[in-house]
Design a protein around this ligand. Structure first.
Ligand SMILES: Nc1ncnc2c1ncn2[C@@H]1O[C@H](COP(=O)(O)OP(=O)(O)OP(=O)(O)O)[C@@H](O)[C@H]1O
Ligand SMILES: [Mg+2]
Length: 105
């Protein structure tokens, strides 16, 4: 299994979710968070997302998937979130040794 984390602009969430659904990826955790990046906000301020102190609001997607779906997940996130402007986001892919569905143990 792989654990895929996508950090994107909040206004790209709907498009990314739509593309994930098209790729038959339905299970996803979505969080609002704040972050800091290479530009430390100055160059990105024009994108006008509300700030919390020196941090910019972003959305995080956590997706646990079979390895064969990773490429599709990355494509959906990257193509759904990309505008070509700074601050489009990042994708992190980790190996996940184990997870447990509580209902079934
Ligand atoms: N190396 C990192 N470690 C942890 N979080 C990161 C890292 N890089 C980016 N992030 C998170 O992703 C968010 C978006 O980053 P962003 O897309 O601006 O990256 P960037 O490297 O500055 O790329 P760009 O030059 O396109 O702006 C950041 O606000 C932060 O929350
Ligand atoms: Mg940036």
């Amino acid at each position: 299994m792989k654990y895929t984390i996508g950090i994107i602009q909040p206004d790209r969430l709907d498009e990314v979710l739509k593309r994930l659904t098209e790729e038959e990826i339905h299970l996803v955790t979505v969080s609002s968070m704040v972050g800091r990046d290479r530009q430390e906000r100055v160059a990105e301020a024009y994108r006008s997302h509300k700030e919390q102190g020196s941090l910019l609001k972003k959305v995080k997607l956590d997706i646990t998937i079979n390895e064969v779906f990773v490429e599709r997940a990355v494509k959906a996130i990257a193509e759904g979130a990309r505008t070509g402007q700074i601050g489009d986001g990042k994708i992190f892919i980790l190996d996940l040794p184990e997870f447990i569905r509580i209902r079934t143990g």
